[in-house]
Write a protein that binds this ligand. Structure first.
Ligand SMILES: Cc1ncc(COP(=O)(O)O)c(C=O)c1O
Length: 449
């Protein structure tokens, strides 16, 4: 392989180096409340930020670690490129491998975000059509609640190449994982209706809007029984938010952002690709010098850019290990507290959660009072802006169309998140804001476009 202007060979491709084993988890005394506040002191203190789900959060110590990497590059770029960059990324990949229980570091690639990971997976599906391995009309299945950007990628890569996309219609509110399993089976049947093959199933681990934990292990198993060619789990919210054991889940591909619930700077994600001859034709959509050297190596150099977010993974692990129980402890406490806060809000507003607590992650959907008059997606955006501007509450809102005949239907659901920096007062401010709007007989119709 040739480097930007040299003939450096990647240590992994020429077999010179082995990835270093992750250091043992440090069992230090737990981080204190004031240290947590100081780690997130760059957050705008005037805002009740109960939306970790959208963009995540990054503590001061990681921002500093990232700046040190950036300076190492800027100080002597050539030396950094030839001596440090690839070894650093390999070390990050090994940490991720160990976190997600993958067999081999070659199964773990680091990419910018879940959107890029989806492009890697869907691009090779498109090639299946254009190179004649798939028949026109062969199917890709995805959830109706798949993330908007992933839906667009399906349009760009699958539909455009001649595939048919079948959506799994999921109920919301949802009361059990069996409802999801039933709908998933139905969609697979629809996919096979005309004797066509299902080439791919895209399954979210935690849907974005509305947010629900999907029984991925069960759905992957069904895919295997039903002879679905490939299964891709979109777990943009995965690591730090739900349990991630890629062997237990059993999908061919699994991606998770690290910048959402794993305290990494924007942006960094991993894409796990199970080792298999069938899945060897995987490439980064940005082609550079490493093309053909395997996805993980290709992804570690996609041209000159800032790779610092990929290099801080070991520092992030050090950060999470300052908390009792490490990332597992953080995840468990976030889940318990967000459910507690969700129940407090639902009780105050006389509404319900969008799903049972065991189907919530570190995010919970809560019904908003019907009298707010939420009648469209546009209304949810207007209300969100109003909550930000008037009450300094940052929270996304979901529109659910009413079913025929429903009386006083709950048409708006707020998605609250909990992360280590949140306080009960953040949720109380949201509670009081909605109660004030209800008391003032506010409706969304009163907000200008
Ligand atoms: C389920 C899901 N998939 C994909 C994405 C895209 O993530 P990113 O913007 O980091 O690529 C998101 C973002 O929220 C998401 O929730």
């Amino acid at each position: 392989m040739a480097s930007p202007d040299g003939n450096h060979r990647h240590p992994e491709t020429n077999g010179e180096a082995k990835p270093p084993a992750p250091k043992k988890q440090k069992l230090s005394t737990s981080i204190t409340d004031s240290e947590i506040q100081s780690e997130f002191s760059h957050h705008d203190a005037s805002v009740a930020r109960i939306n970790n789900g959208s963009f995540g959060s990054c503590p001061q110590s990681i921002i500093s670690a990232q700046q040190r990497w950036q300076l190492r590059f800027l100080r002597q770029p050539d030396s950094f490129y030839f001596n440090d960059l690839k070894a650093g990324i390999l070390e990050s990949r090994e940490f991720i491998r160990s976190l997600i229980n993958a067999d081999d570091v070659s199964e773990v690639s680091i990419v910018d975000n879940a959107t890029t990971a989806a492009a890697v997976v869907l691009q090779q599906i498109a090639w299946g059509f254009t190179e004649g391995r798939f028949q026109k009309g062969d199917v890709a299945v995805m959830l109706h609640y798949a993330y908007g950007a992933v839906k667009k990628s399906m349009e760009a890569y699958v539909t455009r190449a001649g595939g048919r996309v079948v959506e799994v219609q999921l109920p919301f509110p949802v009361s059990s994982k069996e409802e999801i399993i039933t709908e998933f089976r139905r969609a697979l049947e629809r996919g096979k209706e005309n004797g066509q093959r299902i080439r791919l199933a895209v399954i979210d681990h935690v849907t974005s809007m509305p947010s629900v934990v999907i029984p991925v292990k069960e759905l992957v198993k069904i895919c295997r029984e039903e002879d679905v060619d490939q299964v891709f789990v979109d777990a943009a919210h995965g690591i730090g938010c739900v349990d991630v054991d890629v062997k237990e889940i059993g999908a061919d591909f699994y991606t998770s952002n690290l910048h959402k619930w794993f305290f990494s700077p924007p942006s960094v994600a991993f894409l796990y690709c199970r080792r298999s001859a069938k899945l060897s034709d995987l490439h980064h959509p940005v082609v550079s010098h490493e093309y053909g050297n395997g996805l993980a190596i290709e992804s570690a150099w996609i041209g000159t850019r800032d790779y610092s977010a990929q290099l801080v993974v070991p520092s992030v692990l050090e950060f999470v290990n300052r908390f009792e129980g490490g990332i597992e402890g953080i995840k468990k406490r976030n889940h318990e507290q967000v459910v507690r806060m969700g129940e407090m809000l639902a009780k105050s507003w006389g509404t319900q959660l969008g799903c049972p607590p065991d189907m919530c992650s570190s995010m919970v959907m809560i019904g908003l009072p019907w009298c707010l008059g939420i009648t469209s997606e546009r209304d949810t955006l207007k209300l969100r802006v109003h909550l930000r501007d008037r009450f300094a509450v940052e929270v996304p809102i979901y529109y659910r169309a009413p079913k025929e005949g429903e009386v006083d239907p709950v048409t708006g659901y707020a998605r609250i998140s909990h992360q280590v920096y949140n306080k009960v007062e953040d949720y109380e401010r949201f509670r009081d804001a909605i109660n004030k709007l209800v008391g003032d007989k506010f409706t969304c119709a009163s907000l200008s476009a």
